[in-house]
Design a binder for this molecule. Structure first.
Ligand SMILES: [Zn+2]
Length: 405
């Protein structure tokens, strides 16, 4: 059939059009003169026609192959599809190689946050320290020098506010506070050296402020302020020792520096959460609730614990700490369980009931420290001396009161 088509095409002169370059196109001349041509000429014509037909067949076959190739090319997937189907391990061998990967802005942001978080985590771990007295791990990246500088600034601010109400050092309240404080400070030498190796010993100065506030505090660098409003709550030297040893314990355990370091952590975490797109106000609130407040309560409990041991070593009755905190909490109205739970979560200090509970747990070890310091003998000696002279030794150790139920 292909041969017949070739014959028909040859009659139409298609051969010239399909002739390959450099090859003489076959002429179809003489086909109209077949009857008048001699025998030899007729044989030549037949041979020539056969060659022409074969040439046409070849050309048509070539055209059919070209057509098939064009159809296959149209049916093949576009170059991009070919590229997508290239397996990843063919990178570098495929004709179309993948362009270098480009991160979206969100991925870039996440990468920066991850790098910063990693660097911050390493910095945090490198600045973890243990409180020598309790073994609690905490983050601390403020030097003693900076901490003392902060204490001096706070001292100047306090003196600007209350300087005109500081009692004379010879007033009875000032003398009493100073004597109790001195006994406590005398047993703090070892703890003071534990603040930092090579740090100079703290030089303490004590001020009593005539103010009804039930408050007292100690500053880094060695300043103690006691408000006269808290003295009636103390009732006796043991109660006053509870307050003073708690405040001194804050300084010895470097809680002001820990608080400053905690601000850095909260600020850095807030910044990272802000970069991740969290609302900055909510993230700060969450960090305050989850980190700052629990840490503050932990420091308060730790000051209770260290202070209890200090006052016991100084021969003040540690069980009187329980009575003091019960008196301090006595002014507040009794609350339900739910309100107390909310307060324990939202307060910088432990609730009084929990405070008393914890002190009761620490009391046996504090009493051991009291006995180990020879306080019982000193108390008996002081009692004998007082009975002989008929006076009450104001700052001498007292016989321990019965533990609170
Ligand atoms: Zn405190």
């Amino acid at each position: 059939m292909l041969r017949q088509a070739a014959r028909r095409s040859a009659r139409g002169g298609a051969a010239r059009a399909f002739a390959p370059p450099g090859r003489t196109p076959p002429t179809l001349r003489g086909t109209a003169c077949l009857t008048t041509t001699p025998r030899r000429a007729r044989g030549d014509d037949r041979r020539r026609r056969t060659e022409q037909e074969q040439l046409l067949i070849d050309l048509l076959r070539q055209g059919a192959r070209d057509l098939q190739r064009a159809r296959a090319a149209r049916a093949a997937p576009p170059p991009s599809e070919t590229y997508r189907s290239t397996p990843p391990y063919a990178y570098g061998h495929a004709p179309h190689q993948a362009p270098p990967s480009q991160l979206t802005p969100r991925q870039q942001q996440l990468t920066i946050v991850l790098v910063l978080a990693g660097a911050g985590g390493v910095y945090y771990i490198c600045h973890l320290q243990q409180v020598p007295e309790t073994g609690r791990w905490r983050f601390l990246d403020v030097s003693i020098t900076d901490e003392d500088k902060l204490g001096r600034q706070s001292y100047e601010q306090t003196m600007q506010t209350y300087g005109n109400r500081v009692l004379s050092s010879w007033s009875p309240d000032a003398v009493r506070v100073r004597k109790v404080a001195q006994r406590i400070l005398d047993v703090c030498g070892d703890l003071d050296r534990a603040r930092a190796p090579g740090a100079p010993p703290t030089q303490w100065n004590i001020h009593v402020i005539a103010s009804p506030e039930k408050n007292a505090f100690a500053l880094p660098g060695g300043s103690i302020f006691v408000f006269t409003g808290i003295l009636p709550v103390c009732q006796n030297d043991d109660g006053l020792a509870t307050v003073l040893s708690h405040e001194i314990a804050h300084v010895l355990a470097r809680h002001p520096a820990e608080k400053m370091s905690g601000f850095t952590v909260v600020y850095a975490l807030g910044l990272l959460m802000d970069m991740l797109g969290f609302d900055i106000g909510l993230s700060r609130m969450a960090l305050n609730l989850l980190m700052s407040l629990p840490n503050s309560r932990a420091m308060e409990s730790e000051a209770d614990h260290i202070g209890l041991n200090i006052m016991a070593k100084a021969c003040f009755d540690p069980s009187q700490a329980i009575a003091f905190w019960q008196r301090m909490g006595g002014g507040t109205a009794r609350q339900g369980k739910l309100a107390e739970s909310a307060q324990s979560l939202l307060s910088t200090h432990p609730v009084d009931s929990k405070r008393v509970q914890q002190i009761q747990q620490w009391l046996p070890s504090a009493e051991q420290a009291y006995d180990g310091s020879g306080c019982a003998q000193r108390s008996a000696f002081a009692g004998t001396a007082a009975s002989l002279t008929g006076s009450t030794p104001f700052s001498m150790p007292r016989t321990r009161a019965a533990p609170a139920p």
